[in-house]
Write a protein that binds this ligand. Structure first.
Ligand code: CU
Length: 754
């Protein structure tokens, strides 16, 4: 008799063998499948395009235990390329997820598998590194638990109920449009945030001189952040309840560990809690000695593990997340019962901030720290703007306030700073390794939204070569007027903060203006590693560098390194477009511009309707010079024609310009070379010589902030032309204008801009 053995029985020994080997090598493979897809969202009531992964925003929380192997299958169902970067995670370079640097982008309708061993633990997160996708949904928690046998397990920390939280922002404006508007100094965001800081507001606040001095020093009004957001989100919601954890009801006395990542594209957040103190126990996935604070600011892309306590039953305590500029917030209510609110942070005193900036800004555009060695966010310069610490705004404050630069002294509010972070373990680097020291100045140009390091954007520099085994020390000085969260891929660094051998490990260091910070790391994993500002719009403008290991094998995922490099550099070489046109009763005038880091291509036109029938166009192609970009040499073409009545002909032909040359302003087809220079008060002095030898000098100022919604402008030149105008801003694309022009006379119009 023939006995049939079922086929699968033959595999049993094999299965047992496989099971045994996974146990021996402890290679538990944790697989996630991520489906990246276009979606529509309604955060504000308006339907907008976003990107969801597995149907959700934020992306799903990925959870691992140290020792696992991560296997993440990314299915791109978008119509565009994508990528995923594992922020703060140690991995082989080709798994790092930076398109055109560590891999080619994931094409639509393809799947890419990221596979890497998990060799650390902590709170991390992940996000798209392609274009501006991070802004519209592509961020998620990446949590690595410690092994049960980990000797660094802490009682009262690692055994607490834990909630992963990712913070983010939402704007109804397309991120591409935000980026474009930032480059065009469009201050619509300031209007939305009520932070225009116009002359009339300055006068009301007793700060007319402050405003005048600010413009004399060629500064535009600034804010602590430059994008307006419609919604702040905690795990994808503006308001959320935390009533139970793992099925257990949250009750009085419970301590809860929140693993918080700031997945925002450009917003920093204040974290405050209605239930009392906040205990910080880890940052960027690395344990720190517990430190108790009243509040902390989490920089873009940082992570903090904090412990909060529920003081009483029948109450739910607000955990309040406010944008640094205090214009928006989100809340997590912890506990069960009546809501106990945290008082919102009061509005910033902008003119106090402006006054401080004035004092620090030298005429040449450099910052003067007046001998103060600032670092580690210990002295929060923005404190001058915090009413909760320095008192309410009052007009005409004394200039001799002794606490002008150290108002922290007035506060009994404990705010976290980097000097408070101390690692529980020694973090010293290998002692016998060579040390390579690198210095960078974080540089920027607010007016043209250029962000760089040592005044060079990524595409203007080579990769920085380092050797495996070296200890790399990086000294960063922030010479720009905004703070920058600098992030290093693939490595943690020691943040030198006075704790010696116990310096904390981080992978993001936030640096305030005029601060100097030192970080150091051991170069221990070959590859091309991005080091960049994590404000998305700063990174896309070119604020970063690439560390590249010497003598490394080519990356198999980059088959054509030259093409990849060109694509990588395309981000900060991009031109940004703007156009505006005034449809007025007396004519039509407008301009269109294409600008990038250094170049500007602009054309202006004017068409007269009334007694001045004619047209003019002026085109300039220029390159901005120097860090402050106050000088722009250009070549131009000027083409103008005026139809004249017979009786006008005579006297017009004989008209001279201010230099006594025959004035060709009525009929000109001329090439020119010239120079535009930004004078104090942001007046542009433009000198131009035409190919027939004619010279024209012109003074011009646009966008004089008269009031919150009214802007003034004027122009006068040696062709005896002049113009003055006012514009009332209705919304980001529409204005109402009136102007008086030497040719076109008085007119009223509708102003459209993009
Ligand atoms: Cu930045």
């Amino acid at each position: 008799m023939n006995i049939k053995i079922p086929l699968y029985n033959k595999f049993i020994p094999l299965l047992i063998f496989l099971y045994a080997t996974t146990q021996i090598w402890a290679q538990k493979i944790v697989r996630y499948d991520l489906y990246v897809k276009d979606t529509l969202v309604q955060f504000t009531g308006e339907i907008k395009k976003a990107i969801a992964v597995n149907g959700q925003i934020p992306m799903p929380t990925l959870t691992f235990t140290e020792g696992d192997t991560a296997e993440i299958h990314v299915h791109n169902e978008l119509k565009e390329d994508t990528s995923l970067h594992w922020h703060g995670v140690f991995l082989p370079n080709k798994e790092d997820g930076v398109p055109y640097l560590t891999q080619m982008p994931i094409k639509p309708n393809t799947t890419h598998v990221y596979r890497f061993p998990i060799i650390q633990n902590g709170t991390h997160w992940y996000h798209s590194h392609s274009g501006l996708q991070e802004q519209i949904g592509m961020y998620g928690n990446f949590i690595i638990n410690k092994k049960e046998t980990d000797p660094t397990l802490r009682k009262g920390v690692d055994d607490l109920p834990t909630v992963p939280i990712i913070l983010s922002e939402w704007t109804d404006i397309k991120p591409e449009n935000i980026h474009r508007m930032l480059h065009n100094a469009n201050d619509f965001a300031a209007l939305k945030k009520n932070s225009v800081q116009s002359y009339s507001e300055a006068i009301q606040a007793g700060h007319f001189k402050t405003k005048l001095k600010n413009e004399w020093k060629r500064m535009l009004a600034m804010d602590v952040s430059d994008v307006y957001y419609d919604k702040i989100l905690i795990n994808g919601k503006g308001s959320a309840d935390l009533k139970t954890i793992n099925g257990q009801e949250v009750k009085a006395g419970d301590k809860i560990r929140l693993r918080i990542s700031n997945g925002a594209s450009s917003a920093y957040f204040w974290l405050t809690y209605a239930g009392g103190k906040i205990t910080v126990v880890a940052s960027d996935g690395n344990d720190v000695e517990p430190v108790e604070v009243d509040r902390l600011l989490i920089a873009v892309s940082e992570t903090y593990d904090i412990i909060v306590t529920v003081p009483e039953d029948f109450t739910s305590y607000e955990f309040l997340v406010s944008t640094e500029d205090r214009t928006n917030s989100a809340s997590l209510y912890i506990g069960n019962g009546i809501k106990q609110l945290k008082s919102p942070l009061p509005r910033l005193k902008y003119f106090e901030g402006m006054k401080m900036m004035n004092d620090m800004m030298k005429m040449n555009g450099e910052l003067d720290d007046m001998g103060m060695q600032m670092s580690l966010n210990k002295m929060d310069m923005n404190v001058v703007m915090y009413p909760e610490i320095t008192g309410p705004a009052k007009p005409k404050q004394s200039n001799n306030d002794p606490n002008k630069y150290n108002p922290n002294a007035l506060a009994d509010i404990t705010t976290l700073n980097y000097a408070m972070l101390k690692s529980p373990q020694k973090t010293t680097l290998p002692k016998d390794s060579a040390v390579r020291e690198l210095k960078f100045e974080l540089s920027g140009n607010m007016n043209r939204y250029v962000w760089s390091m040592d005044n060079k954007v990524i595409s203007e520099t080579d990769k920085i070569l380092i050797k495996k085994g070296e200890n790399i020390r990086v000294i960063l000085y922030n010479g720009s007027m905004m703070r920058h969260p600098m992030h290093l891929h693939g490595h943690d660094f020691r943040l030198i903060n006075g704790h010696g051998e116990y310096a904390p490990l981080k992978n993001v260091v936030d640096i305030m203006p005029m601060e100097t910070d030192t970080i150091e790391f051991n170069a221990n994993v070959k590859g091309d590693w991005f080091f960049h500002c994590h404000i998305l719009y700063h990174m896309m403008s070119g604020m970063g560098r690439i560390f590249s290991y010497e003598n490394q094998d080519p990356n198999p995922l980059i088959p054509n390194p030259l093409l990849a490099k060109r694509k990588l550099f395309a981000d900060d070489r991009r031109f940004h477009f703007m156009v505006e046109n005034d449809f007025a009763t007396n004519g039509n005038d407008g301009m269109a511009m294409l600008q990038n880091t250094r170049w500007s291509i602009g054309t202006e036109w004017r068409l007269g309707y009334n007694d001045h029938h004619g047209y003019e166009t002026e085109t300039h192609i220029g390159r901005y010079i120097g860090k402050m970009q106050w000088i722009m040499p250009f070549i131009g073409f000027d083409w103008r024609y005026k139809k004249m009545e017979m009786d006008e002909m005579g006297n017009s032909d004989g008209e001279k310009n201010l230099f006594g040359q025959i004035n060709t302003k009525e009929n000109r087809k001329q090439f020119s070379v010239g120079l535009a220079y930004t004078l104090p008060m942001l007046v542009i002095l433009q000198g131009e010589i035409y190919h027939d030898g004619n010279i024209r000098v012109q003074l011009m100022r646009e966008d004089i902030p008269i009031s919150k919604r009214i802007k003034g402008s004027f122009m006068v030149n040696t062709d005896k032309e002049y113009m003055a105008g006012l514009r009332y801003i209705v919304n980001k694309n529409i204005g109402i204008t009136t102007h008086y022009d030497s040719d076109m006379k008085l007119g009223f119009g509708l102003f459209l801009s993009y």
